[in-house]
Design a protein around this ligand. Sequence first.
Ligand code: 4AD
Ligand code: MG
Length: 431
Amino acid sequence: MKTVTINQLHEHDGKEVQLKGWVYNTRNIGKIWFLIFRDGTGLLQGVVVKGEATDDTFEMEPDLNQEDSVVLTGIVRKEPRSVGGYELGIKEIDVVNHVTEEFPISPKEHGTDFLMSNRHLWLRSKRQNAIMRVRHQIVKAIRDFFDNNGFILIDSPIFTGNAVEGTTTLFEVDYFERSAYLTQSGQLYQEAGAAAFGKTYCFGPAFRAEKSKTRRHLTEFWMVEPEMAYVDLDENMTWAENLVGSIFQHVLENCQSELKTLERDISKLEAVVPPFPRITYDEAVKILKDKGSNFEYGSDFGSPDETLLSEQFDKPIMIHRWPAGIKAFYMKRDEHNDKVALGVDMIAAEGYGEIIGGGQREDDIDILKKRILHQDLPMEPFKWYLDLRKYGSVPHSGFGLGLERTVAWICGTKHIRETIPFPRTMTRLEP
Ligand code: 4AD
Ligand code: MG
C-alpha cells in the first residue's frame, strides 16, 4: 500500500492509502468518532465508523492520547468542510507508540515562557509549524536569488580572531591557549571572497552577546551577507531592495496556506515591491523632528524612532549616509563630507525595525589603518584584511540581512524568538 502525506492527499482521491503520524485529538459522538491527526505536513480528520473500520480500531478511541504515534490505513475522500479539503475513512489504526503521560501542550492557552521551555514540543503546533515552513521558504528564496544572480557561496568561519561589529558584543571562547571569538558577521571574509570571485555571499549563524532583552535581539541569529567588487553604495541598495522584493514574491507564491494560518494581512506583503524609498540620515532626522520627536542628531535610531519612520511609508525604507561616529570602522566616508559614512540600513515596514545593515567599504589602506588604531582595535588580527587593500583594492560594497527579523516581519510575529527553531537569548540556553 502507498504511504502518503497529508499535503499529497489531493493526488489520491478515492484511493486506499497509509499515513504515518501522530494523534492530535479525538471526538466521539457514539456510532462514529473522529480522529484529528497530524503528520508534519498538515492536519487531517479521520472518520471511524462501525463496520467500516476493524472492530479493534473502532473500540480504540478511549485509549488514544494526544501525541500517540499511529499509522492509519483508509480511503481518501473529498470533504470541502474538512481541514485541507479531504478526510480519511479509516479502516485501521496501528499504534506504534503509546503516550502514558499527558502532553504538556494542550489545545488550551499557555504562557510564552512555558511554551519556550517546551520549545522542543511546541514546534509541533500548527502556528509554529507554519512559521518554520515560511522560514524554510525564505531561506530558499535567498539562496535562489544569489545563486541565480552570479554569486558564489563562500562560507565564512565561525571562530574568528577579530571583532567586526564592535568589541562590546563579542563572545569569547577558549581556543588552544589563546582566545577566539564567535563571529558577529562574516563580512570581512566576504570582502576576501569578492576580490577572488567578484560576487559572493555567506549564509550562517552570527553571535552577539546582546545584554538587551528586546523583542528584536537574539544572541545567535542567522544572517545572509553578500559582498560585491566594483559596486558602490547606490548599486548596493539596488541589490538589497531586489533581494527583499524577491523574498516577498517567493513567499506569496509558495506560502499562502501558512500565511492564512498566521492570519497575516497579505495586502501588506504584496506592497513590498521595489524600488523602496531612499532617504539620507539627515532627511530621516528631519521627519522625526517634524513628527515632534526629541531625537538627538548624531545618535542611532531606537525602535520607537524606526517605527515612527516606517509609518511614514507603506514600503520598507533605506536610510543612507550616516554620521561616521556611530558606524563601524570599515565604512567608507562620503567623498564630499568626511563626517558621513556610506552606510545603509533598511527599515522594514509596519514597525518591524532594521532588517538590513550594510554599506560601501573603505578601500584605502592608510585610512583603514588609521580607523583601526582610532577605534583601539588590535592591528595584528586585521593584517590579512589589510592585505585586501594592498593587492587589487577596488570600490566594493555589501550588506547583511537578518533572517529572523525578516521571518518576523513576513509572519507578523511580535517577538523574533518564535522565528528560529531553538532561540538563544541572554536568559535562554535550553532547550
Ligand atoms: O547591522 P548589522 O550589525 O551589520 C553587520 O553585521 C554587517 N557586518 C553586515 C554586512 O555588511 N555584511 O547586522 C545586520 C542585520 C541587522 O540589520 C539585523 O537584521 C540582524 O543582522 N541582526 C540581528 N538579528 C537578531 N538579533 C541580533 N542580535 C541582531 N543583530 C543584528
Ligand atoms: Mg545595524
